[in-house]
Design a protein around this ligand. Structure first.
Ligand code: FPP
Length: 233
C-alpha cells in the first residue's frame, strides 16, 4: 500500500445528512465535526504527513445566516477544545483568509498553532474562509509587491515561488483528494496543490457517516493508480 503524503478532504453531505433525519442543516455540521478526530488520528497512525480538511469556504458565507452563524460557533468551540489532540503529537495549521474572523478567533488560531508547533507528527490543516482562487490572487499580490520593491525580477517568478506564496507553502502537493457526498467536483479547494492529485469520490457516504475505513478504501484506490505526471510510464 502506498501512503499518500498529503490527503485533502472535502467534508460534504452534512446538510443532507441532517435533512434526511428531519433536523436543521447545522445539526449535520455538528455531527460532521464530531467525526473529524477519528479521521485525523487514523491518518496520523498510517503515516500521512499532511491532512487538510475543508471546513469553511469563501463561498459558504452566502448560506442562510443561521447556518453560517452555527458553523462559525462550531469552529470556535472546536478551537477551544483542541487540547484533546495534544497527546497525539500532531501539528495544527489553519489556512485561508483568517482576517475575516473576530480578533478573539484570530488570537485563538495563533495560540493553537503555536501550542502544537513543536510536535513532530502529522500536520492537521483546517481550511477556514478558504478559496483557492482567493489564495492564488493573494499570492499574485504578494509577488507583485516584491517585484515592485525590486526584491525579485521576472525570471525569479517560478512555480516554486508561487507555491511558496500560498497558504500551504510548507506542505507537499496533494496526492489524494477525497470527497464524500456524491458530488464530483473540486469546489475551489486547493486548485494549485491538487494539480496531480488522485481523486476518490465516495458517492454513497455523507460526511457524518465517514469512517476511518473510508480512508483505507481511498488509500487502497490511490495505491492502484498509475501516477504518470504527464509522462507515458
Ligand atoms: C459541506 O456540507 C460542509 C461544509 C460547508 C462545512 C464542513 C464543516 C464541518 C464538517 C464541521 C465544522 C468544522 C470544524 C473544523 C469544526 P454541506 O452543508 O454542503 O452538505 P450538503 O451538500 O448535504 O448540503
Amino acid at each position: 500500500m502506498f501512503i499518500p503524503k498529503h490527503i485533502a478532504i472535502i467534508m460534504d453531505g452534512n446538510g443532507r445528512w441532517a435533512k434526511r433525519r428531519g433536523l436543521a442543516r447545522y445539526k449535520g455540521h455538528i455531527e460532521g465535526a464530531k467525526i473529524i478526530k477519528p479521521i485525523v488520528l487514523h491518518c496520523n497512525e498510517i503515516g500521512v504527513e499532511v491532512l487538510t480538511v475543508f471546513a469553511l469556504s469563501t463561498e459558504n458565507w452566502n448560506r442562510p445566516k443561521l447556518e453560517v452563524k452555527a458553523l462559525v460557533k462550531l469552529i470556535e468551540n472546536y478551537l477551544n477544545n483542541m487540547d484533546e489532540y495534544l497527546k497525539y503529537g500532531v501539528k495544527i495549521k489553519f489556512l485561508g483568509d483568517l482576517s475575516i474572523f473576530s480578533n478573539y478567533m484570530q488570537n485563538k488560531i495563533l495560540q493553537v498553532e503555536e501550542k502544537f508547533s513543536k510536535n513532530k507528527g502529522m500536520t492537521f490543516a483546517i481550511a477556514l474562509n478558504y478559496g483557492a482562487k482567493d489564495e492564488i490572487k493573494n499570492a499574485f499580490k504578494k509577488i507583485l509587491l516584491k517585484f515592485e520593491n525590486k526584491e525579485l525580477n521576472k525570471e525569479e517568478i517560478t512555480e516554486k515561488l508561487i507555491s511558496e506564496n500560498l497558504y500551504t507553502k510548507t506542505f507537499p502537493m496533494v496526492d489524494l483528494l477525497i470527497r464524500p457526498g456524491g458530488e464530483f467536483r473540486i469546489s475551489n479547494f486547493l486548485l494549485w496543490q491538487a494539480a496531480y492529485a488522485e481523486f476518490v469520490f465516495l458517492e454513497d457516504v455523507l460526511w457524518p457517516d465517514f469512517k476511518p475505513e473510508h480512508i483505507d478504501f481511498a488509500v487502497s484506490e490511490y495505491s492502484k493508480r498509475n501516477r504518470r505526471y504527464g509522462k507515458i510510464s
